[in-house]
Design a binder for this molecule. Structure first.
Ligand code: TNX
Length: 564
């Protein structure tokens, strides 16, 4: 292929056919070259990405502007092509460009975008990617489709904020030139949504999945059962949902996911390279199950449905064999519709099941999980129970010390860290935050960001830490707007702790990079919390779309409480 001579480094070489170029082609090339010369520099720096990339090499002479006729070309592989289609779907609304997707054995950017699967770049691992912006276009290279997907999330952030707009914008779609090489620090990066205290529709959960994907999180933990509601259909115990699912905190109607609903969430997440981790909380937090099936209760008497917010009072009978039949049925049906490797069995706050009765119960349930071919995850209260191969404890303490957990790690347990006083997204930002808790303290954005998952739990080596998770409990959370208000902007802080190398950790830098996401969320219609410690740009942005009929929607109601 030949190119017309380049008058200077800022000029985009226009691709021409190998044949004699036609007049129309020459005219288009001249137009492009002139346009690029007149174009302002890219509005962002290559390093303005959240989570911070491992390595950034800017090349200011290589800024590139997406042309209207750009093509997205991907490796001839269904998973790579799926990422290419997702990229096109992300870019078409705001650009108004057709952005056709094609495939090639060895894709190269020709004034367009190439997504290249390349098994020889093994140092990028299972999730890493390299992104090159040159005057020819953008090339994302990865070993896996997951790597390409993460690279696409970075690409998105390198475009102007209005790329998030659902309708065409007149912006010039210029990306900063250079190369990003990026691999995650931890393999497990997650968030948890409690759909038991309040139930959330499938569509709401899918939108949460989108937020996780933007920030390269790869696990969604669903807290599916608790005292106030049972949210997942189990065919062999149908009253769990018809009776146990009919309540929620505050007395609302509750709800539950059919197996088809759950499968839809799992598939949507999988298409975004996110694994669902389902939790059935045992032996405590089970009032909704006991209302449905009193034979599981220690006294065999049905309790009243519970719509308050206390914890620790309910438990399934650890001394009755039918309890374990019930658990085997529930976990068996759940495992059958869960492609991911994990089953989370809770284990927290079972205040009335103590000592050897508790550890005996947990050990029996751990064996059920292992028998289903799944890996046990549980809150760190599981620690005193005997080790089972691969088991993972989820640390949610607030002071970073627990000899029992340290001992479990010595015996082979691995940790997901979710410190209550840093990673709990249901904690208030400030004393006047209208929803949320404060039992673990207040968590502003800096508190969410300023800790290290690798060293947080004393005497646990960083090699035992598989990652980090931000749980969102929903006792006080009743709408998607509430979820987004608590998630954003803290979720990106936790995401950066999970993805970015420790050397990049820097509050001032993070704060400034995060500020650039305000206009993106505005453009996407996401009502986030305008945390006062973040220097949100004051320039014109597209106002978030809010539904006036729904109370508690992000800043419309919260701005007076937390002024910028
Ligand atoms: C503690 S953290 C709980 C949940 C509550 C949460 C409220 C944990 C494992 N258990 O049952 O919803 O506090 O912040």
């Amino acid at each position: 292929m030949s190119t017309i001579p380049s008058p200077g480094p800022a000029t985009t070489p226009a691709p021409l056919s190998a044949e004699e170029p036609g007049a129309a082609t020459l005219a288009r090339a001249a137009e492009q070259a002139a346009g690029t010369l007149l174009a302002p520099a890219a509005p962002h720096r290559l390093a303005d990405v959240v989570p911070a990339p491992q390595q950034v090499q800017p090349d200011p002479t290589a800024d590139w502007t997406l042309p209207a006729e750009a093509v997205i070309v991907a490796s001839s592989d269904p998973a790579a092509l799926a990422v290419a289609e997702q990229l096109a779907g992300l870019l078409r609304p705001a650009t108004g460009y057709p952005l056709p997707v094609t495939d090639a054995a060895a894709p190269a950017p020709v004034d367009g975008i190439a997504l290249v699967l390349d098994e020889t770049t093994a140092d990028l691992g299972a999730e890493g990617y390299r992104l090159d912006v040159t005057t020819n276009g953008v090339r994302v290279t990865a070993v896996t489709a997951a790597g390409l997907f993460h690279g696409v999330q970075t690409l998105r952030q390198l475009l102007p904020a209005t790329i998030e707009s659902p309708t065409p914008d007149t912006e010039r779609w210029t990306l900063p030139g250079g190369t990003i090489t990026d691999v995650p620090r931890f393999p497990y990066r997650g968030a948890m949504l409690d759909v038991a205290r309040h139930f959330f529709a499938v569509e709401d959960v899918l939108r949460v999945v989108d937020h996780l994907a933007r920030y390269k999180l790869n696990h969604l933990h669903l807290h599916l059962t608790d005292d106030q509601g049972w949210r997942i259909a189990v065919d062999s115990w149908p009253k769990l949902t018809t009776v146990g699912g009919a309540t929620a905190v505050g007395g609302g109607p509750g709800g539950f996911y059919t197996k088809a609903d759950y499968t839809r969430i799992v598939s949507y997440a999988a298409a975004r390279h996110i694994t669902v981790v389902p939790e059935i909380d045992l032996p405590g937090h089970t009032n909704s199950a006991l209302v449905a099936y009193p034979e599981l209760a220690p006294d065999k008497i049905a309790p009243q449905p519970y719509t308050g917010t206390e914890v620790g009072f309910s438990y399934v009978d650890p001394a009755d064999d039918q309890t374990y039949d019930f658990i085997a049925d529930v976990l068996g049906e759940l495992a059958a519709i869960t492609p991911g490797p994990w089953l989370h069995i809770g284990g927290d706050e079972a205040f009335k099941v103590k000592g050897e009765v508790y550890t005996g119960f947990v050990e029996r349930v751990q064996r059920i999980v292992a028998g289903l071919g799944k890996t046990v995850v549980g809150w760190h209260q599981l620690a005193p129970a005997a080790h089972v191969d691969g088991r993972v404890l989820q640390w949610w303490g607030t002071n970073g010390e627990d000899p029992t957990t340290v001992e479990a790690v010595r015996q082979g347990a691995r940790l997901i860290v979710s410190p209550g006083n840093h990673a709990y997204l249901d904690m208030k930002y400030a004393p006047d935050t209208p929803i949320g808790h404060d039992w673990a303290g207040l968590i502003d954005v800096r508190k969410a960001y300023d800790w290290d998952p690798g060293t947080h739990v004393a005497e646990v080596p960083s090699t035992a830490v598989i990652g980090v998770e931000a749980p969102l409990w929903t006792e006080s959370v009743t709408s998607l707007a509430d979820i987004e208000f608590l998630l954003l902007p803290r979720l990106p802080a936790i995401a950066e702790l999970g993805w970015s190398p420790r050397e990049t950790h820097d509050w001032a830098g993070f704060r400034d990079r995060l500020a650039g996401h305000g206009p993106r969320w505005d453009a996407a219609g996401i009502a986030f919390h305008r945390a006062p410690e973040i220097p949100w740009p004051s320039g014109p942005t597209i106002p978030a779309q809010r539904d006036p009929a729904v109370p508690n929607q992000g800043d419309a109601t919260r701005e007076g409480v937390n002024p910028t």
